[in-house]
Design a binder for this molecule. Structure first.
Ligand code: NAP
Ligand code: GDP
Length: 313
């Protein structure tokens, strides 16, 4: 097996590196790509990467990724860049006869108006939330492509659907990033500048967070073992859903922050919840142990404080 990982320098890419390091196999070679290896929105550059590496397996992570506030102001960019990336990578997987490709969707692309918990069968049952419709429709199309490539060419292309992810090597940019890295960067500033820690929105939305190194292990398992074309939700259970308010307090505790915490309700809350059911994952891996969120947040805070100068921010 020669596996390439697109987006191998991002949050999830580093989670996969950790998983591969911890479970080395002699008959596997892994290559982790970044945008410096080629811009995958450009078909010629994408083809050159496949011609150079001749992969038998692909984990496709590369994407235009951003938090609620970046999505709200750039829906067109998220739609165009992700459509191009995904179409190019999947078509190259077909052309270069890749045996298996695992792409990465997200629970935030599910219908906005839905019943809970959501499961894999409900992906296309209605329009996504307005805040990120560009990203959502582009990602949903990956599932449509997986099915079509399988039907017409017999390809084994499938997708995983993680919930919110966090961990070392995240994008800690406050304006463009997600909530946990954003709060970690904000608590660093609050501590060093003697300010309050500000949470955007009311803190009442609910989320299931998965630690990037747990997701890495699950995605490596998906590439090696998961037999289906239909996607699989990779998430902690419904009982592990937490409020953003809980997360703020966990970040403050992990950073030993004693100052004031403020909730800025002039900022958007986004989707109230997107509770996902992980029964399909549990059917395959009943004993998989997730990192408890308090522990994962401690590791992430420590990583950011230790790597402040080099972290993406
Ligand atoms: P990330 O940290 O922002 O990393 C993105 C990666 O994609 C980087 O390696 C980047 O390369 C690469 N990339 C971006 N545009 C590219 C292009 N045009 N050509 C080639 N490479 C490009 O993202 P992540 O959080 O690890 O996300 C990985 C996957 O998980 C994505 O598919 C995302 O949609 C999905 N996901 C993420 C979350 C989350 O909470 N973060 C939740 C659910 C699903 P450079 O480093 O060189 O820029
Ligand atoms: P989402 O799950 O797609 O909405 O992604 P985010 O990680 O961007 O946001 C999750 C929730 O955290 C939303 O309710 C935001 O209002 C809230 N939030 C609180 N503080 C922050 C912050 O500093 N950055 C971001 N991105 N969201 C924040």
């Amino acid at each position: 097996m020669k596996a390439i990982v697109t987006g191998g320098t991002g949050l999830v890419g580093y989670g996969i590196r950790a998983a591969v390091e911890a479970d080395k196999r002699e008959d596997e070679e892994w290559v982790f790509l970044s945008s410096a290896d080629g811009d995958l929105t450009d078909m010629a550059q994408c083809e050159a990467i496949f011609a150079r590496h001749k992969p038998t397996h692909v984990i496709h992570l590369a994407a235009r990724v951003g938090g609620l506030f970046d999505n709200m102001s750039h829906n067109l960019d998220f739609l165009r860049q992700n459509m191009l990336l995904n179409m190019n990578v999947l078509e190259c997987c077909r052309k270069f006869e890749v045996k298996k490709c695992v792409s990465c969707l997200s629970t935030c692309i599910f219908p906005d108006k839905t019943t809970y918990p959501i499961d894999e069968t409900m992906l296309h049952n209605g329009p996504p939330h307005d805040s990120n419709f560009g990203y959502s429709f582009a990602k949903r199309m990956v599932d449509v492509f997986d099915r079509a490539y399988h039907e017409q060419h017999g390809c084994h292309f499938t997708s995983v659907i993680p919930t919110n992810i966090y961990g070392p090597h995240d994008n800690f940019n406050i304006q463009g990033g997600h909530v946990i890295p954003g709060l970690i960067h904000k608590v660093y500033k609050a501590k060093t500048q003697g300010e309050a820690l500000t949470c955007w929105g009311s803190g009442s939305p609910l989320r299931q967070f998965v630690f990037s190194e747990d997701l890495g292990r699950l995605m490596v398992w998906t590439l090696r073992e998961y037999p289906e074309i239909d996607p699989i939700i990779l998430s902690v259970g419904e009982e592990d859903e937490v409020s953003i308010r809980d997360v703020v307090h966990m970040v403050a505790r992990a950073a030993d922050f004693q100052g004031d915490i403020v909730f800025d309700t002039t900022k958007a809350d986004g989707q109230f919840k997107k509770t996902a059911n992980n029964a399909k994952l549990r059917k395959y891996l009943p004993d998989f142990k997730f990192t408890p969120i308090e522990e994962g947040i401690k590791k992430s805070v420590k990583w950011f404080f230790d790597n402040y100068d080099s972290a993406r921010k």
